[in-house]
Design a protein around this ligand. Structure first.
Ligand SMILES: [Zn+2]
Length: 219
């Protein structure tokens, strides 16, 4: 069981969009997990083996408790029953309290597809017929992260101040050396930092409004 699980399309998605959040969660004693759907073989800058190596290095830096690297074809992920059925047992295995995936307004068609697949897997996987032990799995929250603020014109619902883990986030992005993503990640974190009134931030979107059970949660 993990506290927070991310399901992404490509090996560098989590580090760019929400690596800081995962580093913070780990420092705060939470169990973190990641499922990457593709091996990144169509990225154009590197061979599959190198992308797998880079993903492994980033996973170590993030200190993840759970990691699965799936074999969906890169640049050819589509919403399908097969894809949903592949994800459901993994979600139930991890039983995350918080589930995070990519936003449907992202630029990359794989991101859009993974977002839809996770949405459906979360709903269908919570149905009784998928439970062999009578357990009723449902995440407390399903959240989305944004890989491209140009195509996603919605205002984020949550900003995570990542100033305290900034150097570690950079190291995680640098692990994907073949993709040259660090400069992009810096610009995005600065943009969200400006909106979130800190130096560097990551942006999250809620599926549903958040419900607080204690007044203390407000403070
Ligand atoms: Zn991606």
């Amino acid at each position: 069981m993990v506290d927070i699980l991310a399901v992404t399309a490509h090996p560098d998605d989590l580090e760019i969009c929400a690596g800081g959040l995962f580093l913070k969660a780990k420092k705060e004693g939470k169990k973190t997990g990641l499922i990457i759907c593709t091996r990144g073989e169509s990225g154009g800058y590197a061979e599959q083996a190198m992308r797998e190596q880079e993903a492994k290095k980033a996973v170590e830096l993030l200190g993840l408790d759970y990691f699965r690297h799936l074999n969906f074809p890169d640049a050819a992920v589509f919403f399908s029953e097969d894809a949903v059925q592949t994800i459901i047992p993994l979600l139930r295995e991890c039983s995350p309290k918080i589930l995070l995936t990519l936003h449907q307004d992202d630029y990359h068609p794989d991101h859009v597809a993974v977002s839809r697949i996770v949405d459906a897997a979360t709903f269908v996987g919570g149905l009784n017929k998928y439970s062999s032990d009578g357990s009723d799995w449902k995440p407390k929250e399903l959240l989305y992260m944004c890989g491209d603020p140009r195509t996603n014109k919605r205002k984020p619902d949550i900003f995570i101040n990542i100033d305290d883990v900034w150097d570690e986030k950079l190291a995680c992005c640098n692990a994907h050396a073949s993709q040259n993503v660090t400069e992009y990640a810096v610009k995005m974190a600065q943009w969200y930092g400006m909106l979130g009134q800190c130096n560097y931030a990551e942006a999250l979107y809620t599926r549903n409004p958040l419900t607080l059970s204690t007044a203390d949660s407000l403070f």
